[in-house]
Design a protein around this ligand. Structure first.
Ligand code: ADP
Ligand code: ZN
Length: 790
């Protein structure tokens, strides 16, 4: 009998001891999934360590081991343990997050018949007959029929090689494979073939059944296959993903320019010596950071190690993913948030067994089960999407990636044109090595910035802006317009009550959406028919206030009826390939305008965009948070970076009412370093991160008075301990009520000089909360290093 500690995917920050019967083969059980009974419920847990024999306590045996091989490597397990300690959450919750969800379904194990084995004792003989005659049989089922002895018999049959025990996930059988064709990259030898290849170049993979629709001659196709320009492949029906179906056309080796080369070399020597170190690659927009990453990945692969590339969100960076796929072909796994459970599981499996050697994906790709990682890249490291904020663990994938790199002995490259204040601080204090690219690739220059003072609130565009738009569109150039608000207008206001129409369940105004003709709450999703009179006083002069992307789109269509206008925001991109479809249309030669929310600020690389306009810079600058200047700077510099990436010089128009904000001077000069220096100076004076460590505890409940008294008692418990931490009194979140739940928060802060590793704040919070009994109606969420305080 052995004992193991099992982590369960529940919020309790404890592990539970179970025993393992000797018949269960127990070598290397750590890192495997185990099926256990907890609170009389069957659950899938994880064996995380061996336990002491704890004498005569009543310990339950595990029900079964679900894996042949550990699902978590030793390093991964250590990494996830670190994460649960750092972010103060249960190990089981973190482990759960790191696996595809299908692996957590209480998957039953099945006994599969292999061959007959002469004379067997009972019940072995009957059990073998059972699964021979009835097909693969769940061990549960066998236990019901033959009792515990049946399960023992099954295990012994497995040892004898007469039957096999497989874990429940049996997804392969569900998938339907379709025949298709795609390019191999071999040059076509005559005109007939090359016209055929151009169809494929446009389409990517063509399915067998689409051949007639696409007017492809079967004879020509046959010839293309026999000459090797086109290959036949099998694709899965329901996960026919756009990016993965694109043909892999090998691209010529990239030649790095001197600055790129200089940066790459420093990292390459770390890759080669297999030593961890962290680099901050500060390269201005359009400087070609991707080319550097590609070079680093090829070196890593040539040393037989694997690479992890984190990006903000795949659908927003299709051009970058395409580059990785063209260079590294089918060894690249593309992970993204819209994958089905099945796709996720398949990708996981292929990463685990080494078919894929590069994983590209958003923050969750951090858990890609790559062995032997030799390089980690975090592109756009300043991006907020790296922090999970909506549920536990509230981890930051960028900071965690640095820890993962340390554990693998791999260099970590954080790249950005607008580094976060935290990372920049780490670079200037020598914790990270700073690498810089100060020139755009191939002599493109950064766009000029023009500040346009807004005169009337009613107008979306000022005269200057419209003149520039007209001039540039006439030259067949493209324009990008940022308006970081969804919908048609942000509120519907009554002039008599002087109040907007509010969400009945949240303390926020409802936004009007033209395409749905509804008032919608952006917090809880509540909607109702739009109104023509005030719901309170019946005033008919109710009016829309604050333009959103839909209104900007309408206005552009009105002003430029002959120019294609595209809109990209959460609403226009709900469908699976909507992002890339919009970008493909916008990318077609000729004049066009793309308007949208911050989605359009990232990664777009179109060479004929000459103007970028920010409709309302004030709304970015006015947000009451210590990071608002940083965010405004990042957003403007990133979106500005979309202009003038080719031969034409770009212009950025910033429309603003209040032009006094000091950030504007840095924006105008593209002075990222100047901004960061000033910002760090300010953070130092006000002791905000990175000069302090902050933990935010959010308490929520549907009963406000109870919530207030609970928050007070948490506050008092925290404040009564003499720790050197500063504990702030409970405060209301900026939006107090969401979906009828009230939210209060408490901040705990310590100065970095006293608390370098953050152990002081973390210790205070976890000790205090452990000893505190709160009513079950109060929910507590802990956020270590929160990105916003409200
Ligand atoms: P960043 O991500 O730093 O803003 P990109 O990686 O998008 O910049 O590069 C900007 C443009 O320059 C892209 O069109 C890219 O293909 C091109 N480019 C950059 N470096 C190279 C290189 N070494 N060889 C060829 N093209 C390059
Ligand atoms: Zn609401």
């Amino acid at each position: 009998m052995k004992y193991i500690n099992v982590a369960l995917p529940i919020p309790l920050r404890e592990e539970f001891t179970y025993s393992v019967r000797d018949e269960i083969i127990t070598d290397n059980i750590i890192g495997k999934r185990v099926s256990v009974v907890f609170n009389r419920r069957k659950m899938t847990g994880f064996a995380v360590s061996y336990a002491q024999d704890i004498g005569n306590l009543k310990i339950l045996p595990i029900h079964s081991v679900l894996d042949e091989k550990p699902v978590f490597s030793h390093i991964m397990l250590n990494f996830l343990r670190w994460m649960s300690e750092y972010y103060i959450c249960s190990l089981g919750e973190v482990l759960k997050l790191a696996l595809p969800s299908v692996m957590l379904e209480t998957s039953s194990r099945k006994l599969v018949f292999l061959k007959d084995g002469g004379s067997l004792k009972e019940p072995e003989s009957s059990v073998l007959g059972f699964c021979r005659d009835l097909g693969p049989s769940g061990l549960d089922e066998i236990e019901k029929v033959f009792g515990k002895a049946g399960v023992k018999a099954a295990e012994s049959l497995k040892k004898k090689g007469l039957a096999d025990i497989v874990s429940g996930i049996d997804l392969r059988k569900k998938e339907v494979l379709l025949n298709g064709y795609r390019l191999t990259g071999k040059e076509p030898s005559d005109d007939g073939l090359s016209s055929l290849c151009s169809i494929f170049l446009e389409e990517g993979t063509v399915l067998q059944k689409e051949i007639r629709d696409k007017k492809i001659s079967p004879a020509l196709l046959k010839r293309a296959v026999s000459e090797g320009c086109v290959e036949k492949i099998r694709v899965r029906k329901d996960h026919f993903d756009r990016l993965m179906k694109e043909a892999i056309v090998p691209a010529p080796e990239l030649k790095l320019n001197d600055e790129q080369e200089g940066c790459a070399e420093k990292v390459i020597s770390a890759i080669v010596s297999q030593k961890h170190s962290a680099f901050l690659l500060h390269g201005i927009t359009g400087s070609g950071k991707t080319a550097v990453y590609i070079r680093l990945v090829s070196v890593t692969l040539s040393l037989n190690r694997t690479a992890l590339i984190l990006v903000p969100e795949i659908s927003l960076t299709p051009q970058m993913v395409r580059q990785f796929r063209t260079r590294f072909g089918d060894t690249v796994a593309v992970i993204h948030s819209r994958q089905s459970d099945l796709e996720r599981y398949e990708t996981w499996e292929k990463l685990k067994n080494g078919t894929y050697k590069v994983a590209v994906g958003p923050r969750s790709a951090l858990f890609a089960p790559l062995d032997n990682i030799g390089l980690i890249v975090v592109d756009e490291e300043h991006d907020q999407s790296y922090k999970q904020t909506d549920q536990s663990p509230r981890y930051c994938a960028r900071n965690s990636a640095v820890m993962l790199g340390y554990m693998h002995g791999a260099p970590v490259v954080l790249g950005s044109a607008t580094p976060s204040a935290e990372s920049y601080y780490n670079a200037v204090t020598g914790k990270y090595t700073l690498l810089e690219i100060n020139q755009r690739y191939s002599d493109a220059v950064l766009p000029r910035i023009k500040l346009v003072k807004k005169e009337k609130p009613g107008n979306i565009f000022e005269k200057y802006t419209l003149d520039v738009f007209r001039r540039e569109l006439d030259k067949s150039r493209k324009i990008i317009v940022l308006q970081n608000r969804r919908g048609y207008s942000t509120s519907l206001v009554c002039p008599t009550c002087r109040e907007p129409v509010m969400c009945p369940k949240c303390s926020v105004p409802l936004a009007y959406h033209l395409d749905r003709k509804q008032l919608i709450c952006h917090y809880c999703g509540y909607f109702e028919k739009s109104r023509t009179t005030c719901p309170k006083c019946g005033d008919e002069n109710i009016y829309f206030k604050g333009a959103g992307t839909e209104q900007v789109e309408q206005e552009l269509k009105r002003l430029f009826p002959s120019v294609p206008i595209y809109r990209m925001d959460q609403d226009s991109t709900r469908k699976k390939n909507a992002h890339s479809d919009i970008l493909d249309l916008f990318g077609k030669p000729g004049a066009a305008v793309l308007t949208g929310t911050r989605m359009i600020a990232k990664g777009l690389d179109f060479h004929d965009v000459s103007v970028v306009c920010i409709v309302n810079l004030d709304s970015e600058l006015m947000f009451p948070d210590f990071r608002s200047d940083e965010r405004a700077f990042q957003l403007t510099e990133q979106v500005a970076g979309r202009a003038g990436r080719g031969k034409i010089e770009g212009e950025v128009i910033l429309q603003v009412f209040n032009d006094m904000s000091p950030v504007i001077e840095y924006i105008k000069a593209h002075d990222t370093k100047g901004f960061l220096k000033a910002e760090l100076e300010m953070r130092k004076i006000t002791s905000y991160p990175p000069f302090s460590r902050i933990i935010k505890i959010t308490l929520s409940s549907d009963k406000l008075p109870e919530l207030q008294s609970a928050a007070m008692s948490v506050y008092q418990a925290l404040a009564s301990k003499r720790t050197g931490c500063i504990v702030y009194k409970p405060a209301e979140k900026m939006v107090l009520k969401v979906n009828n739940i009230f939210r209060l928060y408490i901040l705990i802060k310590s100065l970095i000089i006293n608390d370098r590793s953050g152990i002081m704040t973390r210790g205070l919070v976890s000790d205090t909360l452990k000893g505190l009994k709160l009513s079950s109606t109060i929910r507590t969420d802990i956020d270590v290093d929160p990105v916003d305080l409200m």
